[in-house]
Structure formats: C-alpha cells, structure tokens
Write a protein that binds this ligand. Structure first.
Ligand code: HEM
Ligand code: NAG
Ligand code: NAG
Ligand code: NAG
Ligand code: NAG
Length: 361
C-alpha cells in the first residue's frame, strides 16, 4: 500500500516534469535515491525500495584503488575495452549482455565464464548462451591484470566494468557507477540457465516474476529491457511471431503489421539461425532511447519487448523512458542493482587466476 502510493507520487512528479519540460537529469523513477559517484563503501546505503531487496551489498566504489601496484585496475579495463569497442562497435552489446547473463544465473560471479570440464556442462554451453560472446576480451584484460597484481581482481568485477565501459565508449564518459569487490564463483551449471534467463517469448507476468526473483522490480524490468537499444538477434527467435504465432500460420497481432511484413522479408527462412536481425534497426550501434519509441509503436522485436505494453504501469514507464535523459539516469540506477544480484560471501567465492577455470585449491 505504502509502496504503491510512493509510486503514484513518482508517477505524478514524472508527469509534472514532462509537462514543464524539465530534463530530469539525475532523476529517477520509483527509486528514492541514487548513489552516483559516491566514493565510499556501499554498506547500508538504502536503495529506496520498500521491499528490502538487495543494495550494493558489500561492494564499494574504487575497491581496487591502490590494490594493484602502480597499475590502475579501472583504467586498464577501460583502455582495453575502449580500444576493442572503438575497433568493433558491435562488441558493446556483447559485453553488456555477458554481464547480464552472468548476473541472472547464480549472481554476478563470473560463472558464465567457466569452460566445461570433462563431462560437466557449464552455463556458457546452454542454449540461451549460444550467441553470447566477448570471452576473449575478458581473458585479455584478466591476463594483463594478473601480470600486474596476481589474484587480486575478480573476473566478475572485470565483467561489470567491461559492460559499463563498453556502453560508455560512445559517450566518452562513465554512464553508470560500478561498485566492485565481487568474488568469483566455483559452480556453473548449464541446467540452471533456462529457468533463470527470461525467454524472448516471455509474457509480462513471467518477466516480472523472473526479475523479482533477482530482487529487481518493474522499474528495473522496463529500464533494463532498454539494453535492447543495441545489438543483434536472429530470425529464429521471432519466427513464431512472424509466421505461426498461435499455431495457425498467423502473425502476432501485437506486432505492427507493416513492421511484421518488413521482418518477414528479412527472415524468409525463419529457421535459419544465421540470419541476423538488428534489435533497434534505426540505430543498433547507438545506445539511446529509440528502443522505447519502437516498443511504443508496436515494433519491439520480441514478445518480451512487446510485453512492456501489456501492463499499465510498465506501458507508462516505456513512454516516459523515450526521453534519453530519463532512460540514462534510470539505466544507471538499475545497472547498479543488477550488478549486485546474489553476491557471494566468504568461502563461496574466490578470485580466479584464469577466468575460465576454478582455482585448484
Ligand atoms: C527482459 C528480459 C530479456 C529477454 C527476454 C532478453 C532476450 C534476449 C534475446 C533473445 C536476445 C537475442 C539473443 C540471440 O540472438 O541469441 C537478446 C539480446 C541482447 N540482450 Fe537481452 N533479454 C532480456 C534482458 C536483457 C537485459 C537485462 C540486458 C542487459 C542489461 C540485455 C542485453 C541484451 C543485449 C545487449 C543483446 C544483444 C546482444 C548482441 O548483439 O550480441 N537483455 N536478449
Ligand atoms: C564421463 O561420463 C561417462 C559416462 O557417464 C563415464 O564413463 C566417464 O568416466 C566420464 N568421464 C569423466 C572424465 O568424468
Ligand atoms: C504467461 O506465461 C506463463 C508461462 O508460459 C503462463 O503460465 C501464464 O498463463 C501467462 N500469463 C498470461 C497473463 O498470459
Ligand atoms: C505451426 O504451429 C503448429 C502448432 O504448434 C504446428 O503444428 C505447425 O506445424 C506449425 N506450422 C509451421 C509451418 O511451422
Ligand atoms: C561460447 C560457447 O561456449 N558457446 C557454446 C554455447 O552452446 C553451444 C551448444 O551447446 C556450444 O556449441 C557453444 O560452444
């Protein structure tokens, strides 16, 4: 009840701010405080959520400062990422998605990086991970940092920093704060991926539940879905929407008819997984708020994107998020929250020597 009335107040403030054309920079939706750039420990900082969800846990800003000899950990990550993304802008989406897939399965513990050993299958071998990539870049950063300060910088933190820096390259400034101090996990199971990562065909209820399990809420769902403003997908993932939505050779009625026609042209052979589809065809290499414009015009690619319009509050937020400054501010808040999912403590975690293998002792 109390939470709802707080939300309504925020919604009213948001409407007011739109009406007066206020830019909302640094503002946020439904989150009471925003901890940008504070250089101190994350303990006890409220995240403004009524449900006692996680905060940034034991993570800190600048955790690695003076922990790696004369080498700046964050600068090292940024330099490598910016040079890679500068040479190949499509990598920004890959690295952002890598961090998301890591966090949603067993928390942000770099479990996605573990290679399968002997008969075991790890997360990266699971179906939804087939199109995940960027592993070699994480290895390169890890190798460089191990050379400077062995056993200090966790792979999970490298993933979090890499995602932020990859997206930030376009702006030449940090788009969100990354709290660090994560530990790497020792377990990675392909069998856990399916249930934890929402599918492209998930409806709103399922998405909200799957985010909820991770301590993320409706605001986070709407906001983080905006990551689909960059990157690619494949025809096979929208084939059902385009050709056989309810099993009678029909097109998903929630998809704009002209856009569906356009997609069918790009995807004449829907089962061919090789056919690439841009998620935000207007600007799939640019991190911007176009995603919401597309979704609001019924041109979101996945059922999960279209699902944002099937709930009143999330539809409202999708509209509000069309303003880039609102989206960017909110994305920063939600990335901090996503980056703190199910952090490991004590002997559950370690700092891996090689991001692909658990330490031997
Ligand atoms: C809301 C639930 C979500 C669903 C159902 C979903 C689903 C998908 C799917 C099916 C793809 C295409 C993968 C492929 O072609 O194999 C994709 C791509 C992508 N997703 Fe999501 N996703 C969700 C949330 C997120 C979040 C929270 C982030 C990051 C914060 C994210 C970032 C990305 C990026 C950047 C790509 C493009 C990757 C590339 O270009 O290689 N997604 N997503
Ligand atoms: C792999 O599994 C097979 C069949 O279950 C078993 O015979 C073999 O010993 C296993 N190999 C390893 C390295 O665990
Ligand atoms: C959403 O999807 C789930 C799982 O497929 C299903 O059980 C549920 O009935 C669906 N909810 C709605 C409102 O369609
Ligand atoms: C469409 O879906 C139905 C039901 O799932 C299936 O029986 C049929 O074979 C599908 N048609 C095509 C062309 O894939
Ligand atoms: C990078 C990686 O390990 N990808 C794997 C994803 O899953 C498929 C199918 O299980 C594997 O063949 C890929 O090697």
């Amino acid at each position: 009840m109390r939470k709802n009335s707080i939300s309504i107040i925020f919604v009213l403030l948001m409407v007011a701010s739109i009406l007066v054309g206020d830019c909302m920079a640094g503002g946020n939706i439904g989150h009471n405080n925003n901890d940008h750039g504070r250089g101190h420990n994350g303990h006890g900082r409220g995240n403004g959520h009524g449900h006692g969800g996680h905060n940034v846990g034991g993570l800190m800003m600048q955790y690695y400062e003076n922990k790696c000899g004369s080498v700046s950990v964050e600068k090292t990550v940024r330099e490598i990422i910016w040079s890679k993304v500068g040479a190949n802008p499509a990598l920004a989406a890959k690295l952002l998605r890598l961090h998301y897939h890591d966090c949603f399965v067993r928390g942000c513990d770099a479990s996605i990086l573990l290679d399968p050993v002997q008969n075991s299958t790890t997360e990266k071998t699971a179906g939804p991970n087939r199109s995940v990539s960027g592993y070699e870049i994480i290895d390169e950063i890890k190798t460089k940092l191990e050379g400077a300060c062995p056993g200090i910088v966790s792979c999970a933190d490298i993933l979090a920093l890499a995602a932020r820096d990859a997206v930030s390259f376009q702006f030449r400034k940090e788009m969100w704060p990354v709290y660090t101090g994560r530990k790497d996990g020792k377990v990675s199971l392909a069998s856990e991926v399916g249930a934890n990562l929402p599918s492209a065909n998930a409806n709103f209820t399922t998405l909200l539940t799957q985010f909820g399990v991770k301590g993320l809420d409706l605001n986070d769902l709407v906001t983080l879905s905006g990551a689909h403003t960059i990157g690619n997908s494949r025809c096979v993932l929208v084939a059902r929407r385009l050709y056989n939505f309810t099993g009678v050779g029909d097109v998903d009625p929630s998809l704009d008819a002209a856009y569906a026609q356009q997609l069918r042209k790009i995807c004449p052979n829907p089962q061919n997984p090789a056919t690439i589809l841009e998620m935000d065809p207007k600007s799939s290499l640019s991190f911007d708020s176009n995603y919401y414009r597309s979704v609001n015009q019924h041109k979101g690619l996945f059922v999960s994107d279209a699902a944002l319009l099937t709930n009143q509050r999330s539809a409202f937020l999708s509209k509000v998020m069309e303003k880039p400054e609102v989206f960017f501010a909110q994305f920063a808040t939600s990335m901090v929250r996503m980056g703190a999912i199910e952090l490991l403590t004590g002997s559950q975690g370690e700092v891996r020597k090689n991001c692909r293998v658990v330490n031997s002792n």
